[in-house]
Write a protein that binds this ligand. Structure first.
Ligand code: UT7
Length: 330
């Protein structure tokens, strides 16, 4: 018999430093008007030189454990979703384990770009519902400022740093609240080149020459990614509703990946979801990849934008290509 799983807490951490569109105008050929109308982003957070992804992740983790009312020793699984790990190895999850003292946890990372937090959620749910683990800490965390080409206006205006976390726990009383009703995960490896970091891995180790060409920075064919994002997120959202036998009228709040307000509006227009029922915070943080849905979920929870009994639809899309959707009864 499978064990009930609930989201027993959420947390987030955003670095203090704010980089506004006006700040960007001073060192790259762009404008607040272009960034606002094309993306909806007004500002983003930037981690300090001494903060790594695991530091952001650990702060979000502590916030989520406090919300769930559990101690670090109670956590028996840590999954960090990130594309900006502290190092190739060990996993960022192991650094988090050390930082927060979660000595009883099994730790690993997930690489699914912006869909990573929802991949982690599904993996953790499987660990718990099968009885293997009791309290999973899942985190989406990114220090994208460390891998952006700050001279490339096509990308540098889009991204930001931050972390969001959730605790998934075995629901012994089966309280029928904050539970994942259904999930959809997918990937299409034929499109690896439209959003990637070409250098720095085994296929293209970094040399002084290719470092000069900034091959270790994010490259994106924005328009291509945009088209895939709209279609893939809409399909994933519709599929996850189908799986639960629900339809779009049942959704109280959509929490989409926070990449571009135009992408979000294209999806909500096509699906018939109102802006009041859609959670958006990308104006404050930009695109924080795997952290975006996690931060938005925490803000929606703490600000009461989602309430007990609400049907919450999470959906994300990212490099790989990858997509993911989860339907939750809050
Ligand atoms: O999180 C993972 C998923 N990522 C995404 O979902 C991102 C998907 N893509 C997008 O959000 C959009 O494609 C962008 C925001 C990246 C770009 O918007 P766009 O409307 O597709 O613009 P574009 O790339 O077609 O560029 C239009 C023009 C170009 O100039 P020309 O060639 O028309 O003269 C660009 O050079 O805008 C120019 N441009 C800029 N101008 C001022 C590109 N970036 C900037 C900039 N400031 N920062």
């Amino acid at each position: 018999m499978s064990i009930g799983v609930k989201i027993s807490g959420t947390g987030s951490y955003l670095p203090d430093k704010i980089l506004t569109n006006e700040d960007l105008e001073k060192f790259v050929d762009t404008s607040d008007e272009w960034i606002t109308t094309r993306t909806g982003i007004k500002e983003r957070r930037i981690a300090s030189d001494t903060q790594s992804t695991s530091d952001l992740a650990s702060a979000a983790a502590i916030d989520a454990m406090s919300d769930a009312g559990i101690k670090s020793e109670d956590v028996d699984l840590i999954i960090v979703a990130t594309i900006s790990p502290d190092a190739f190895f060990p996993s960022t999850a192991c650094y988090v384990q050390k930082n927060i003292g979660a000595i009883n946890a099994l730790c690993f990372d997930v690489s699914a770009a912006c869909s990573g937090f929802l991949y982690a959620m599904q993996i953790a749910e499987n660990f718990i519902s099968s009885g293997q683990r009791k309290h999973a800490l899942i985190i989406g965390a990114e220090k994208l400022s460390s891998m952006v080409d700050w001279e490339d206006r096509n990308t540098c205006v889009l991204f930001g740093d931050g972390a969001g976390a959730a605790i998934l726990s075995a629901d012994e009383e089966n309280g029928n609240r904050r539970q994942i009703l259904s999930s959809v995960l997918g990937s299409d490896g034929r499109q690896t080149d439209i959003l990637h970091v070409p250098g720095g891995g085994s296929a293209c180790p970094i040399t002084p020459e290719n470092a000069d060409q900034k091959l270790n920075a994010i490259r994106m064919q924005g328009r291509e990614v945009y088209k895939y994002a709209v279609n893939a997120m809409r399909k994933a959202a519709e599929n996850v509703l189908d799986k639960s036998g629900m339809n779009v009228e049942d959704v109280n709040k959509l929490i989409p990946h926070q990449a571009n307000l135009r992408i979000i509006e294209a999806i909500t227009d096509r699906m018939g979801i109102s802006s009041e029922n859609t959670f958006v915070n990308l104006d404050k943080y930009g695109n924080t990849s795997a952290a975006a849905v996690a931060i938005a979920l925490d803000e929606a929870n703490k600000s009461q934008a989602i309430k007990d009994g609400d049907i919450v639809l999470l959906v994300a899309f990212g490099a790989g290509l990858t997509w993911a959707s989860c339907l939750i009864k809050w």
